[in-house]
Design a protein. Structure first.
Length: 731
């Protein structure tokens, strides 16, 4: 079959550099929608003829207000004010002029598709005049089947934005906030560390599951303990709930029992709402494309998205444009989706290309907020709850200069850490499907003071991949498909722009997983069941000021092995851990064994440095250095522990490994006597001059120099001091 084309009144919009033309396809390569955006309302049944209210007959060409099934055009040069509470589903609305909602009365619009054309403007409140507290403005995406003959890629059935979009509800401040005391089962009040005066009776709150899961509690064995609650009363820093808590939501403690960190509570109620009429039917979606001017604040996006987790099944086209296959799981139909949305040619007044502040996303079919080849956005103070795959996403790695600040991603169901997910092609592709709070494919963005809680696998999955050289905008508003508007960067060498003050905790496997260069500063992770921070190959990575806390009670089983920081490839050129504070874990810092096979030029001189840190764990540091090379031409892999202090944990099930401040044998097989590079310790336990090297010692040869038999009960390995510290006596 072939998609119908009907000229400028045609079934498709086309944009070249943001100018709509009367051609068959809309937004071609520039927008990433090669086969166009269907203009379902190309032949309207009712058109605005003057400024006026939606319900006024004189506003419309037919002499009556739009009714169920109508195709509506808000004509260029006219301003229509929506003033109704209606469940009559109009088929579609094309906005060439301005469609604004009243902000002082309740409104509800049920519609199949709203398309805001490049000349158009949709206003549901503005920054200067938001929808007033006490009234609600709703856009309900009708439960109507998609016409896949005209729209094989299923872009309709939602809000499609190419022009100006303003949505501003009453401020809901704070959007999320940390508690001041542990919320335990049976409690009917919550006390916060800051006032929640912006919250209202009837608001919906979400509390994450904060447990550190055991091995047999993850995956299909997981029994959720997050909760949705309703506000019954608000007074300053205290909220009374309509029903008691069902579960304990305990915070993080030091091994001595002192309470340190408490969970956050998110508020997902807003008085501007975009939602699907039937979440089990044809769900709506929201997509912004090309050069839209988008500023959305304090709105709720509820039960949206049609793309599901798992293997994608997209529409397929023949060379002549005919449709060979209509997909059953089309990519790109998410709850909020900036898709090749380069923003206005002149930046917004706040200096950004798009703005999302204070919004809530509840029940996204896959990703909650998706940024795809879109740049210079401000994404701040949003709550993304109950998403699938990931809460907040940058999709293909080109995304640049976006600021993700103080967002709360809570509860993201995934396909599991080891599910098929890599790549964008092939039968098993499911990128970003693991279950993450934040999933960023590339490094060129800013993450600051965000929180991820109770997500299945990664709090922050900052994914390495074979991206190589990519195009990024040369200036704000640039179209990166056009010559002269982009520059290139080599992502292999590019660092994260910023990763500061981010937190992850609760019913989660790994807090931060990073595969790029740069600095992770002041990260806080607690109650992670596998790793606080995982760093896989990077040339230059610094982890500065990381704090990790484990639930000491979980370590009662020898099979539970949470690690504070795990850098998974000793072939990395330079990894520095500085100022860490890691307590209550099986191992503070660990790396796996890595045999010396240098397949990448320039990676043979790796250095792992751990300095100025504190550890109180079963094992403090277990850095697996490389096997000693037979050839002296291969440089030693250096591992250094400098000016760090260690305390042990008592009463912990030990399993097959002995506890210690530094263990060179943790995880090795008995009898493994192959020579390995040593680990050098400077100023052990903060004592100046207490400097030595540690070698593997599962089978210490009797011929070892006496200085290498120096007993150090805190060290699992054999310690060489003095002149013998400079050489490995096993050679």
């Amino acid at each position: 079959m072939r998609a119908a084309v009907i000229g400028w009144s045609a079934a498709f919009l086309v944009a070249s550099g943001g100018i709509v033309e009367a051609q068959e396809h809309a937004h071609g390569p520039a927008s990433g929608i090669a086969h166009g955006i269907p203009r379902i309302c190309a032949s309207p049944t009712v058109t605005s003829v003057t400024d006026g209210s939606w319900s006024s007959p004189s506003t419309w060409s037919t002499g009556k207000a739009p009714a169920s099934g109508d195709l509506v055009l808000v004509k260029a040069g006219t301003r229509v004010t929506f003033d109704a509470v209606s469940d009559a589903a109009v088929a579609c609305i094309d906005v060439e002029g301005t469609l604004s909602f009243r902000t002082d009365v309740n409104t509800r619009l049920r519609v199949g598709t709203i398309t805001v054309l490049p000349t158009g403007r949709l206003e549901i409140g503005t920054e200067q005049a938001p929808v007033q507290a006490g009234v609600t403005a709703e856009v309900v995406i009708a439960d109507r089947p998609i016409d896949t003959t005209r729209d094989p890629e299923q872009l309709t059935g939602g809000l499609v934005g190419l022009g100006a979009i303003r949505m501003h509800g009453a401020a809901k401040t704070p959007t999320f906030v940390r508690l001041a005391e542990e919320p335990l089962a049976g409690r009917t009040t919550l006390r916060f560390e800051a006032a929640v005066d912006g919250w209202r009776v009837g608001d919906t709150l979400v509390l994450p599951d904060t447990r550190q899961l055991r091995n047999n509690e993850r995956g299909s064995n997981y029994r959720p303990q997050w909760e949705e609650l309703t506000v019954a009363a608000v007074s300053a820093t205290t909220v009374t709930l309509s029903a008691p808590l069902a579960f304990d939501h305990r915070g993080a403690r030091r091994p001595d029992g002192a309470l340190e960190f408490l969970l956050h509570v998110g508020n997902v109620s807003r008085n501007v709402v975009v939602r699907s009429q039937n979440p089990q039917g044809t769900r709506g979606h929201v997509i912004f494309v090309a050069h839209p001017d988008v500023d959305i604040r304090y709105a709720l996006f509820k039960d949206l998205g049609r793309t599901r987790m798992g293997v994608l099944d997209n529409a397929e086209f023949a060379a002549d444009g005919s449709v060979r296959h209509v997909g059953t799981n089309q990519i790109g139909r998410y709850s909020i989706h900036f898709h090749h949305a380069f923003g206005p040619r002149t930046p917004q007044a706040n200096g950004y290309q798009f703005t999302l502040i204070g919004n809530a996303v509840d029940d996204a079919s896959k990703w909650g907020v998706t940024i795809h080849n879109s740049h210079y956005g401000l994404i701040r103070d949003n709550v993304v709850y109950n998403s699938r795959g990931a809460g907040i996403v940058t999709e293909d790695g080109t995304e640049s200069f976006n600021v993700f600040e103080r967002n709360f991603a809570v509860r993201s169901e995934g396909s599991g850490e080891f599910a098929p997910r890599s790549g964008y092609g092939g039968a098993t592709a499911d990128p970003g499907g693991e279950g993450a709070g934040f999933w960023l494919r590339g490094p060129n963005n800013i993450l600051r003071n965000n929180v991820a809680a109770n997500v299945e696998v990664f709090g922050y999955g900052i994914a390495a991949g074979a991206l190589g050289t990519v195009r990024i905008p040369g200036f704000k508003g640039a179209d990166t498909s056009r010559e002269g508007e982009y520059v290139t960067i080599d992502t292999t060498d590019s660092p994260l722009l910023e990763f500061t003050g981010n937190e992850a905790y609760g019913a989660i496997q790994t807090g931060v997983a990073i595969g790029w260069n740069g600095t992770l500063k002041d990260s806080r992770v607690w109650h992670t069941s596998r790793n606080g921070i995982t760093a896989f190959p990077a040339d230059r990575l610094t982890i500065d000021g990381a704090v990790a806390r484990g639930d000491r009670s979980v370590l009662g089983s020898a099979f539970e092995n949470p690690t504070g920081i795990w850098f998974s490839n000793y072939g990395s050129k330079s990894v520095t851990i500085s100022g860490a504070d890691i307590q209550g874990m099986r191992v503070g810092v660990a790396s796996p064994f890595f045999s010396r096979i240098d397949t990448e030029p320039g990676r043979g001189d790796g250095v792992a440095t751990i300095q100025n840190s504190y550890f109180r764990n079963y094992v403090g540091v277990a850095v697996a250095t490389a096997y000693t090379p037979a050839s002296t031409q291969v440089p030693v892999k250096k591992a250094i522990v400098r000016n760090s202090r260690f305390d042990g944990l008592s009463g912990i099930a030990g399993g097959m490994y002995a506890p210690g401040a530094i263990s060179m044998n943790y995880g090795t097989a008995a009898g493994d006597t192959a020579g390995r590079d040593p680990l050098t310790v400077y100023d052990f336990n903060g004592k100046p001059g207490d400097t030595f090297r540690v070698f593997y010692s599962n089978d210490l040869p009797a011929s070892a120099a006496p200085a290498c038999h120096t007993p150090r009960p805190e060290i699992v390995g054999f310690v060489c001091v003095g002149d013998d510290a400079a050489r490995d006596t096993r050679r």
